[in-house]
Design a protein around this ligand. Sequence first.
Ligand code: UDP
Length: 324
Amino acid sequence: MTKSRLLITGGAGFLGSHLCERFLAEGYEVICMDNLITGDLANVEHLFRNRDFHFEERDVTEYIHVTGQLDAVLHFASPASPIDYLELPIQTLKVGSLGTHKALGLAHAKGARFLLASTSECYGDPLVHPQSEDYWGNVNPVGPRGVYDEAKRFAEAITMAYQRYHGLETRIVRIFNTYGPRMRLNDGRVLPAFMPQALRGEPLTVFGNGSQTRSFCYVDDLVDGIYALLHSDEKLPTNIGNPSEMTILEFAREVIDITGSNSDICFQPLPEDDPKVRQPDITKARRVLGWEPRVLLRDGLKMALASFKERLQAAGELPPDAGF
Ligand code: UDP
């Protein structure tokens, strides 16, 4: 029997690289495509010795060609942190719109199942809490986050159009805040900001008064949810995230505690349109996929800590015996 073959766009990114690993472990042949703007070959370097892993440096907003059979296309290519989409607004819009169109066209040509990485940003600064899939959101189209939010909302719409018009098998995951090993240092997200700050003994930069909330999901839990969704019959968007909600100030204190740091906390201005609350309602994922997150924040943070320490030490930014 031939192996199932799957394409992961954005496969060298944080989430993409964990997905490549998981699907290889499940016996798939994996084609990882990335233009390396925000992805990093270091994330997938260890996979190159696996004969079922292939890497192609490619911009998915251009025509994409893949030879041979394809059973699934997972479209994960996109800048995904607020700093990235401030710096790469046009690329963010292009990969969410043109890139999704190309990836859908490829899936259609190959008769492959298509899974779109969408986002809790579709809910914007939500007026409904927690957010369930039937909430349409409160998005500012012309604010700094609009380039990401609207691109992903367009991506959901065109995915549904391919499903309804072409009969393509599609799945849409709305991903909430996720953390774990291999998050990019300095990508501006909260954990890659806080953990190096704590390890260096610098103050943790809490934006606003830190009362805004987020709900953090460990990457292995997220990957389990995506794996289950791809193999399910659920055709409408599905939230995958951890409903355990906390304020950013509480999160900063947790990071200080886990790292054993003496860092203080300093307060900086809240970025424009920063959502005040965010928590996934995962009733549907529990019911339809039998999925829920398992990893406790403290355990997940310890695993992320090891990855941050290793990279900061390799960059000479921390002494090898930092003692944390
Ligand atoms: N945040 C913070 N300090 C930082 C980076 C982020 O207080 O150095 C806050 C940010 O304002 C937001 C939350 O942490 O309220 C999560 O930010 P992130 O960029 O990780 O993702 P978001 O959920 O906003 O897309």
